[in-house]
Every structure is written in structure tokens, then in C-alpha cells.
Write a protein that binds this ligand. Structure first.
Ligand code: FES
Length: 351
């Protein structure tokens, strides 16, 4: 456990910047970051519990908010953040260097984000729920455990290969030891090949996690807006089920879910059931092309948000899907008056 204010600057190299991390429990910790070096690397070297995974700017696990000072990219690195997120102060610590002293706000406590653990699971169910989507239900093996927050993702080792793939969890922590995932089938993909040709009940799958800064902000009473494309629905299912399970007044939720075609739409019954359970849940279904059918419009899932009247500017928004959809949704919501810091997003990149 860190004490409220600690400094690790005694051996600061010449030209190093002082970077202060402000954890959500009020603890502040300062470290020296060498010129040109990754802020994340310096923080980890100093023993700080900074959440991270890929260390290459793609997974968003190391997301932090710059509250003072200036940063630049680590030479040769790429950040997956949008310009609008950068403008809102968001930074990926693994690919950021300090341009002078700076401060970062972290949305987890100094006891650390969730500890990443590996666990053994067995396949309970593997089923096709749409033309290009599989539902995979895993169950933790006896003696294995994993903690996560609704919205986060885990990494799976694809059996019989040396490859890993990351998927958002569609179930809640309360449903453990069961873990549900929605996997988009990709022609030639190693996970798709395993799911279609070799996966069977009781197959062993190793998982690691949790990862990601995309998770439900618990206790938030303002209206929730969720925009999901394809299997981006998975973390929304986890968040909706978490909200449903918690006691007290529930926030209004608007979920706009889009797929490419009616054949690709899935979980319609599951969503209808949740609307029955949660009267404050409103669902819009959209498909990119084809003809409109009962309850499904043609168009993208972004444009429909706000058509029913002005949004509460205090709303919190969760966006998950392909990068283009997420970027469009962020711009649309900001234009409708939502504050950038109340918009949380996760992008799916096919591999
Ligand atoms: S650790 Fe993955 S983006 Fe920084």
C-alpha cells in the first residue's frame, strides 16, 4: 500500500521530468521519467501499480488523464487514441513521453487496478448466434479465479496454437465461474478456425485478465447511452446486467445496437428480456443494409441517438465496436452536448 505522497526522485537522471500519478483514493506518487522514455515504463520500474497490457498503444489498458503539463509520443510508437480523446486530455502512458513535469489522474486506487491473473477454463457451450458471431461460454476450473469489472476484456490462448486473442466479457462477475464471450468469425482467423472446427465441450482454454479501462462507472445515476457495433454488444450486456442486479434506482439506458445485416443481428431475444426486466432500457436496432424489418431500422447505430429529443448533458456514454463507428459516435455525442470525459470507448481491431 502506498502512503499518501511518495516521491521516487532521488536518483533522477539529468533531463528527467517529474511525473506525478494521482490515484483515485487520493494517493499521489511522483517518479522521474528519462527524456524520451515511456511514462508507463518509468512508473512500472518505480514499482507503481499502473494498469497495462500490450505496452504498444493498442489495448487502452494504460489510459490516464493528463491534468497538467505536456506530453508527446515516444519515438516510433503509435497511439490508438482519437484526436478528440487527446484533446480531452486522455493519454496512453505506454506510448507517451513527458515534455516537462506533468500530472496524471488515474481512475483506480493505489492498491492497483485488478491484478492480472491467468486461469484455466473449460468450454461449456459453443454456439453460433448469427452468421458471423459465436457465443462461447467458459467455466473456470476448480481452484481458478479471475476478478473483473463489467466491460473489461480477457485474453484467450487459442488451443493448439501459440496465439492469443482478446475478447470483452459479456457476463457479469456475479455469474462467475461462468464467463460468456461473443466472438466475431473472421475468415482465416485462428480463433475462428478453432471455434468452427475443433472447439468442443470440456476443451481446456487458458485465459488471462482482466484488461482495459472500459468498464461500468458504478453508482452513476445520470442517463446511460450505449452504442455498440457487432460483438461490441458484449460489454454492454455485462454492464446492463450489472445495473439490473444492483439495488436502488436504475438509470435510464439507451442502447443503440447495429450490425451489417438482419442475418448478422443476434441477441434480440436477450435484449427484449432485459427490456422486460428494466423498464428504463430503450433499445434501437439498426442494420447497415437490406430492408427494414419489424423493430429494425436501416442506418447506422450512431445517427439514431438524439433523434428522440435533446440528451441530458450529464449523460455517460459507452461506445464499443469498430474504430470508425466509435469515432463517429464520440463526435456525434460531443456535438449533442455530452462532456468528453463522460464518454468511454473501446475499439475492436480484427486480427
Ligand atoms: S498498455 Fe496497451 S495501450 Fe498502453
Amino acid at each position: 500500500m502506498l502512503t499518501p505522497t511518495e516521491h521516487d526522485l532521488a536518483a533522477a537522471p539529468p533531463g528527467a521530468a517529474t511525473v506525478t500519478f494521482c490515484f483515485s483514493d487520493g494517493v499521489e506518487r511522483s517518479v522521474a521519467v528519462p527524456s524520451g522514455g515511456s511514462i508507463l515504463a518509468a512508473g512500472l520500474e518505480a514499482g507503481l501499480p499502473l494498469t497495462h497490457q500490450c505496452r504498444s498503444g493498442t489495448c487502452s489498458s494504460c489510459l490516464a488523464t493528463l491534468t497538467a503539463g505536456d506530453t508527446g509520443p515516444v519515438p516510433g510508437s503509435n497511439s490508438s487514441l482519437f484526436a478528440s480523446e487527446m484533446a480531452a486530455g486522455k493519454r496512453l502512458l505506454c506510448v507517451s513521453q513527458a515534455r516537462g513535469d506533468c500530472r496524471f489522474a488515474l481512475d483506480y486506487a493505489s492498491s492497483g487496478g485488478e491484478q492480472v491473473t491467468t486461469a484455466q477454463t473449460f468450454v461449456n457451450t459453443v454456439e453460433r448466434v448469427a452468421a458471423d458471431v459465436m457465443r462461447l461460454e467458459l467455466e473456470l476450473a476448480e481452484g481458478s479465479w479471475i476478478d473483473f469489472r463489467p466491460g473489461q476484456f480477457i485474453q484467450l490462448s487459442v488451443p493448439g496454437t501459440d496465439q492469443t486473442r482478446s475478447y470483452s466479457i459479456a457476463s457479469t462477475p456475479a455469474q462467475l465461474p461462468k464467463i460468456e464471450l461473443l466472438v466475431r468469425l473472421i475468415p482465416g482467423g485462428v480463433m475462428s478456425d478453432w471455434l468452427l472446427n475443433r472447439a468442443a465441450a470440456d476443451a481446456v482454454v487458458e485465459i488471462a485478465g482482466p484488461y482495459g479501462a472500459f468498464f461500468l462507472r458504478e453508482g452513476e445515476k445520470a442517463p446511460h447511452i450505449m452504442i455498440a457495433g457487432g460483438t461490441g454488444l458484449a460489454p454492454m450486456m455485462a454492464m446492463i446486467d450489472q445495473i439490473r442486479a444492483r439495488p436502488g434506482r436504475k438509470p435510464q439506458i439507451l442502447l443503440s445496437f447495429g450490425c451489417t445485416s438482419v442475418a448478422g443481428l443476434f441477441h434480440r431475444e436477450a435484449l427484449a428480456l432485459r427490456q422486460h426486466w428494466l423498464p428504463g432500457l430503450q433499445v434501437h436496432l439498426s442494420v447497415d443494409h437490406g430492408a427494414a424489418v419489424d423493430g429494425v431500422r436501416v442506418g447506422n447505430p450512431v445517427e439514431v441517438v438524439g433523434q428522440g429529443g435533446a440528451l441530458d448533458p450529464a449523460s455517460v456514454a459507452y461506445l464499443c465496436g469498430p474504430p470508425g463507428m466509435v469515432e463517429a459516435a464520440r463526435g456525434h455525442l460531443e456535438a449533442l452536448g455530452l462532456s468528453p470525459e463522460n464518454i468511454f470507448s473501446e475499439r475492436f481491431v480484427a486480427s
